[in-house]
Write a protein that binds this ligand. Sequence first.
Ligand code: PGA
Length: 243
Amino acid sequence: MAANWKLQKTVAEAEAFIDAFLPLVKDNSTVEIVLAPVFTALHAAGKKLAGSNVGLSSQDVYPEESGAFTGEVSPSLLTDVGCKYAIIGHSERREYCNESDEFLNKKAKAAQAAGMTAIFCCGEPLEVRESGGTNDLLARQLDGGLKGLDPEKLIIAYEPIWAIGTGVTATPEQAQETHNFIRTHLARVFDDSVAQAMRIQYGGSVKPGNVKELMACQDVDGALVGGASLEPQSFAQIVNFGG
Ligand code: PGA
């Protein structure tokens, strides 16, 4: 269960969240829990999370280690502040920063080379779903983005763009059908046993009220949560969905 805070929370707000959140999830030993704050709060968040059952993620990463890349942050700088995960290819970055599958593939490879697990996002806009092109688009995103990656350090996040921040969630049937397609396709990219073991998160308006039915789907293994991860109680309810 990963919290994607996007462009939200100061250092003080991130610290206050963590202080309130850790006691709520400390007894949960079955769920892998991850927080992804903005770059500026990563260092402070990493210090607070050290020794806890909650991991730290960046929301992005640059594929080069160092050099003349003004404004960018490299994988080893992220591991230096405690990041064990990097979200890669979120639809907002694909759209606003024009990130291609080829570029995202480089990012994911660089993150893995530094020891991080890549949370690789894929998903379709509404017009693609309505025209029946979802599976073709996802196949292209996965083929281009996952080439040569280490499946041991990879998590897939399926995030239908029409469900992100809209309050419209994919129905459990829609989520299951698409996750099943993704898993089948992963068997082609890797092999069947890798595909069976791969964690596929659903993202898009996940809330305490709908997490259970989504997690009941056979091929839904977790969630990448935006809006409902901003409050400690709300995200803790999602993490603790199993009771
Ligand atoms: P949301 O965002 O939960 O606010 O829909 C999910 C995401 O974009 O990762």
